[in-house]
Every structure is written in C-alpha cells, then in structure tokens.
Design a binder for this molecule. Sequence first.
Ligand SMILES: NC(=O)c1ccc[n+]([C@@H]2O[C@H](COP(=O)([O-])OP(=O)(O)OC[C@H]3O[C@@H](n4cnc5c(N)ncnc54)[C@H](OP(=O)(O)O)[C@@H]3O)[C@@H](O)[C@H]2O)c1
Length: 259
Amino acid sequence: MTSQAYLSQLFSLDDRVALVTGGSSGIGRAIAGALARAGASVVIVARREPELTSAVEELRSGGCRAAWVSGDLSTREGVRTAAEAAAALFGEPDILVNSAGINLRPPMTELTDDVWDTTMAVNLEAPYLLGQRFGPGMAERGFGRIIHITSQQAHRAFVQSGAYGVSKGGLESLARSQAEAWSPYGVTCNTLVPGFVLTPLNSRLADDPDQVATLAARTMTGRNGLPEDFAGAAVFLASGASAYVTGQSVFVDGGLSVH
Ligand SMILES: NC(=O)c1ccc[n+]([C@@H]2O[C@H](COP(=O)([O-])OP(=O)(O)OC[C@H]3O[C@@H](n4cnc5c(N)ncnc54)[C@H](OP(=O)(O)O)[C@@H]3O)[C@@H](O)[C@H]2O)c1
C-alpha cells in the first residue's frame, strides 16, 4: 500500500457530507476548507451572504464541492429552517461542526437577560437542536461525527466574559451527553477547545498589541492560534481514524491550558 493510500484510508472524507455552522469566518472557515479539501461536500451556514459567498467561491475554485445557506441560528425557527435548507443541498450530513458562536463580553455585573438569552441560543441551543435533528439519522446510518468548538472558558474564567464561558461549559457537557447517546451506533461527539485565536470574534482584544503579546507568552509555543491550526484536528475528528475517540475535549491551544 502506498503512503497516499494509507493516509486516505485513515483520513479521507470522500463521499461524506459536512455541515459547518460559522463556516464563513475564522475557525469555522478554516475547518470547512479542511473538510472540503479532504473530500467532503460541505455546506456552510451563517447570516452574512457576502462572507458566505466568498468562502464557498474559494472552495469551489479549488475544485471542492461546497454550498451555503444563510440562516440566523439565534432562534429555534431559524435553526430549523437552516437545517432543512442545508440538508436539501447535498443530503443528510455525516459530519456536523458547530463553530458559529458569539462573545458579547459584558462582565457578570452588567449582564442583561437579552445578552444571556442570545449567547445561550447561538452558542448552546443551536448546537443542541442541530444534534437532535441530525444525530439520530447518523446513528441509524451507523456513522456520524459531531464536533463542537468550545473555549478555554469552558474550563476557567477569562477576561470577565460573563455568560460566554457558561455557554461553552454547557457545550462540553452536551458533547458528552451526545457521545453517550450515539457512540454505540458509530457517532462520535467531541469538542475542539481553542485558546486565543486571531479572528474577527476577538478583534477588540486583538487590536491591543500588549494584550496579544501577553496572551502569546502564556502559551508553550510562544504564539497565539491561527484558524489553520484547527485543520488537522478537525479532519481527524471527522474521519474514520477517530472512531474510538468520543466524549473528549481536544485542546488546540499551543499549550495555554497546561502552562
Ligand atoms: N477566536 C478565538 O480566540 C476563540 C476562542 C475560543 C473559542 N472560540 C469559538 O470558536 C468558534 C468560532 O469563532 P471565531 O473566532 O472563528 O469567530 P468568527 O470569526 O467571529 O466567526 C463566527 C461565525 O459564526 C457565525 N455566526 C455568528 N452568529 C450567528 C448567528 N446568529 N447565526 C448564524 N451564524 C452566526 C458568523 O457569521 P455571521 O456573523 O455572518 O452570522 C461567523 O461565520 C466560536 O464558537 C467561538 O466561540 C473562538
């Protein structure tokens, strides 16, 4: 067997369908690109159409199969509509990546009910509803991969981000509950845990060079994360190679969490 054939047997996503929320920006965009280049047909879901078009055009021009659905994941109705529209494009997904997320950042003392509700809706409830919609079908077909993007804030408080860490802590628990439910049927459910990654989500912190340097120094690698750092871990968790990895939090953070 050639090395190419061996790698393909382990990691190829040929004939797989993936749905990536938040696939138009940052970490989600890098993951959507990685899954598509590894062979999957990828549907990305987010709100803004110019970003969606640009992400999909980039993939199509590289010979990948990709499409987009514009949808608002902050309401139950929005999630349901987007899920049906996404499944109508390439069929029911084998791989679900929940990367859409928001960090509105008011500290606990300034937190309003509205910010709490929106944070929970996008960061926790949408992944839950999409899991309920697609998990059982994956289990019935005997293969599925659910990957949530959580945060170091699922494990510790950080920069007074109030509700955000709560939503991400819930998401880690959701992954374990989903893993318990569906792993016996070939559906693994895991989380990728970023540290500090330079994306639009972090523009406020990223615009402060001192803060960026301080955070980089807290890692073991000496730099902050880039969206591309998630490509390999996402392909691994989406592929057949990770069949015995489930219910886990995989930290992709340059060692930040253990330093
Ligand atoms: N960057 C970091 O340092 C970091 C650290 C830890 C965890 N994370 C997590 O990683 C994930 C990706 O973050 P990122 O840094 O890549 O952020 P990003 O570049 O801001 O991307 C967020 C994505 O989510 C989509 N989105 C936001 N609200 C939405 C809604 N209501 N409905 C549908 N789509 C929505 C955005 O598109 P639209 O705005 O067009 O809808 C965009 O595609 C998030 O879950 C985030 O919490 C990031």
